[in-house]
Write a protein that binds this ligand. Structure first.
Ligand code: GLU
Ligand code: ZN
Length: 312
């Protein structure tokens, strides 16, 4: 069943602030995801706001069976209780399709048949190493008959925003990103499109998430502007690194949270977030730690850096 864009439950008006945690169910929660969950939770709760949970299971092939249940269980064990019902991106395809059609109809997006291989030889690359799309299909697909991705036309004007932690941000999409894919050739909707549609549909006013997504934010703001959707505030947290300096991720085999030690993970996450939790709080039950965190949480104390070792 798909939920329509305006189906926001505003019956409980908790100061109007709406935050969210939006994990992809590619594996169990690890320390890095707990940091994002906890910071977004505390930022919403301290402002008497609402905290929502959205499972970003849009990429069916990458979803790991059982991961969603494991995520819900881990959040619950750590005392991070969400409001309203959980949203699943797999149930929201109709809304993404509708938005995509609108963009195509306005000629803000176009089909592209270029393959990854064809683009790999293109010399201009974005920060993340991916080639900047050279625009081959901008005025009609190069290879009619091939399955087509849909790309969004970007502009040459900078997208500017103020990140609550990382400060002034500016990106010229045309120069630094290029026309980007909003639906893949295999029919899957891209994260950038789904996240924008859902943040708006859930009435999200503040996004607190990992710093690895800072670079995606201008694309999301650009899309919000095209679709006349409001732009939430953004705060990008430091990415947690393992002892080898790699980002903790499910793909790189980060250890899942130990559900028998929630008090120690919560304490470490608060410590990582620069909140100086008292040492004797370490290992206390989640309710005790969260009560302390609720009273003392200050976003400004979170280090404004792209990444930090998890043990410091
Ligand atoms: N689903 C994304 C992830 O797990 C996060 C999306 C977001 O917070 O905007 O990396
Ligand atoms: Zn193309």
């Amino acid at each position: 069943m798909s939920r329509r864009s305006l189906a926001i439950d505003l019956t409980v008006n908790r100061g109007g602030i709406r935050g969210r945690f939006a994990p992809s169910p590619t594996g169990a929660l690890h320390f890095g995801s707990l940091v994002a969950a906890l910071a977004s939770f505390l930022e919403a709760r301290q402002n008497q706001g609402t905290w929502l949970l959205r499972i970003e299971d849009i990429d069916g092939p990458r979803a790991e069976p059982g991961a969603t249940d494991a995520i819900l269980r881990a959040l619950d064990r750590h005392g991070l209780h969400w409001d309203e019902s959980v949203w699943y991106q797999s149930q929201r395809q109709d809304c993404y399709r509708e938005t995509l059609e609108r963009l195509l109809h306005l000629d803000l997006a176009y089909p592209c048949t270029c393959t990854r291989r064809e683009l790999a030889s293109h010399p201009i690359r974005a920060h993340d190493g991916s080639p900047i799309y050279p625009g081959y299909c901008q005025n009609g697909v190069c290879q009619p008959g091939r399955p087509a991705a849909i790309r969004l036309r970007v502009a040459n004007t900078p997208v500017v925003f103020q990140d609550a932690l990382r400060g002034h941000q500016e990106q010229c999409l045309e120069r630094e990103v290029g026309d980007f894919v909003i639906r893949r050739a295999d029919g899957l909707f891209a994260y950038q499109l789904a996240v924008v549609v859902d943040d708006a549909a859930q009435g999200i006013t503040q996004v607190v998430r990992g710093g690895d997504l800072l670079d995606s934010t201008p694309r999301q703001i650009y899309l919000q502007n095209l679709l006349s959707l409001p732009t939430p505030t953004y705060a990008h947290l430091p990415v947690a690194l393992d002892q080898h300096g790699y980002k903790l991720s499910k793909q790189s085999g980060a250890a899942p949270l130990d559900l028998d030690q929630p008090g120690s993970a919560l304490w470490s996450a608060l410590h990582f977030l620069g909140q100086n939790p008292p040492p004797d709080l370490n290992g206390e039950p989640p309710t005790t730690i969260l009560a302390w965190a609720h009273a003392h949480w200050r976003l400004e104390q979170v280090p404004a850096v792209p990444a930090m070792p998890m043990h410091r």
